[in-house]
Design a protein around this ligand. Structure first.
Ligand code: AMP
Length: 419
């Protein structure tokens, strides 16, 4: 497999798929440029080598060309961050894109208009009537899939090599994230630096595992985490279940959970996960006490009670101190740690303690040599809120992509380069 650090881009044109899907305010100012900054090492390396870059990205979820989703709005900040005057092509497919990419000289960069202005990028038909029949849907899909080949081939024709640095879309088999790789031979396609870091981090919790391995799964619902929990059960030594899921497990075990969030149709599933953990010799760690509230608000009255003894009219919004200590003990004795999802409603300042305790324990374990990966949604917001982002080994930039990777799925964007 080709690697970006070894590749010399001198005199080459690189098509770089980035994730510049940044949040914008009503005046099109970027409110968080993290995603652009994350791609800078890759873009700068190519330019410094004496190569040129054709940058492709999506922005938002357009249903066709729309000024609101134009990448022209971010051209100036992108130029400033990369440190060169980036050119712009108003249409990723038009004559302008062809001419401007062909004329690029070493050290120059071109940003293409939003790739998702074309349905071919995602390969999904658009504008279908809501009551379209299955036959109509299938026919429309066939049409877009056929034109997707031409679309992909044309994007590939702009460049000599392909670099994928968009981990956030690696779980999508889109034209620019996966299919395009078919038009480059193995020596001329590679991950960018960001993508590479993500792939290495995922490998460390999926294959290249140092033991003991502890996963902390929080968040609201068991239903959204089933596949992850099932996949992790065959890999971890300790599985900590926290957050809203706690109460589905507690009720399944015969406990009283008051008004706590619970999925009544998942009680059997919770029991089967408990049984499976036992069968596999996994230490399934469930909360023993909860910080309960008399309504769902930051200012609610609170008390600490055992998890299965929550009175009617009260709900568990975070773990209690005994559970914090128990979780911390397990985490601190781990060599590999994966954290996905808060232990409670961390958005309310009065219910952050459990998530903070988990974050601190992970930081301590990391300082003692453990590898820790945090990602897949709200746990990233947690480590940022608690100032712990630089005290864990890696904070993933990919929400859905990371979740699919830890569900054990093959990500098309990664497979397209690795094959
Ligand atoms: P997820 O997107 O599934 O990772 O869930 C994250 C959300 O779960 C956050 O918004 C938390 O506020 C919420 N959450 C965590 N614990 C609880 C709880 N005990 N009750 C209700 N919501 C919770």
């Amino acid at each position: 497999m080709q690697t970006i650090d070894k590749f010399n881009f001198a005199g080459k044109k690189a098509f770089v798929r980035v994730d510049f899907n940044v949040p914008l305010d009503e005046n099109f100012n970027i409110t968080d440029d993290t995603r652009i900054r994350a791609a800078l090492p890759t873009l700068k390396k190519i330019l410094a080598d004496g190569g040129s870059v054709i940058i492709g990205s999506h922005l938002g979820r357009p249903k066709g060309p729309a000024d609101k989703f134009s990448l022209k709005h971010i051209l100036a900040p992108v130029s400033k961050l990369i440190g060169v005057d980036v050119q712009f092509a108003n249409d990723c497919m038009g004559e302008e894109a062809v001419a401007k990419s062909a004329a690029l000289k070493p050290g120059e960069a071109l940003l293409l208009e939003n790739l998702r202005f074309y349905a071919e990028e995602e390969g999904k038909p658009r504008g279908l009537a809501e009551d379209a029949s299955d036959e109509e849907k299938a026919a429309a899909k066939k049409v877009v899939k056929a034109s997707q080949k031409e679309f992909t081939k044309k994007l590939a024709s702009y460049a000599d090599c392909y670099v994928n640095d968009a981990f956030g879309t690696a779980h999508r088999a889109h034209a620019s994230t996966a299919l395009i790789a078919n038009y480059f031979d193995t020596d001329n396609k590679m991950f960018g630096f960001l993508m590479n870091q993500e792939v290495v981090a995922v490998d460390k919790v999926m294959t290249d595992i140092q033991r003991p391995f502890t996963a902390i799964m929080g968040g609201s619902k068991v239903s959204s985490k089933i596949e992850i929990i099932e996949n992790l059960l065959s890999k971890v030594d300790n599985l900590i279940i926290a957050g809203g899921m706690t109460y589905t497990f507690a009720k399944a075990n015969g406990g009283k959970i008051g008004q706590s969030i619970c999925e009544d149709d998942k009680l059997d599933l919770a029991l089967s996960l408990i049984a499976k953990a036992k069968e596999l010799g996994v230490n399934l760690v469930l909360a023993v006490d909860a910080k309960i509230a008399d309504n769902f608000s930051n200012d609610a009255n609170t008390q600490f009670v055992p998890v299965g003894e929550i009175p009617d009219g009260w709900e568990g919004l975070d773990i209690g101190p005994k559970t914090e200590a128990m979780f911390a003990e397990v985490i601190k004795n781990s060599k590999t740690i994966l954290w996905n999802g808060p232990t409670g409603v961390f958005e309310f300042d009065n219910f952050t303690s459990g998530s903070r305790a988990v974050g601190n324990a992970i930081a301590e374990a990391t300082a003692n040599g453990a590898f820790s990966l945090v990602g897949g949604g709200d746990s990233v917001a947690c480590v940022n809120k608690f100032g712990l982002a630089d005290k864990v080994s890696y904070v993933s930039t990919g929400g859905g992509a990371l979740l699919e990777a830890i569900e054990g799925k093959i990500l098309p964007g990664i497979a397209a380069i690795k094959e």
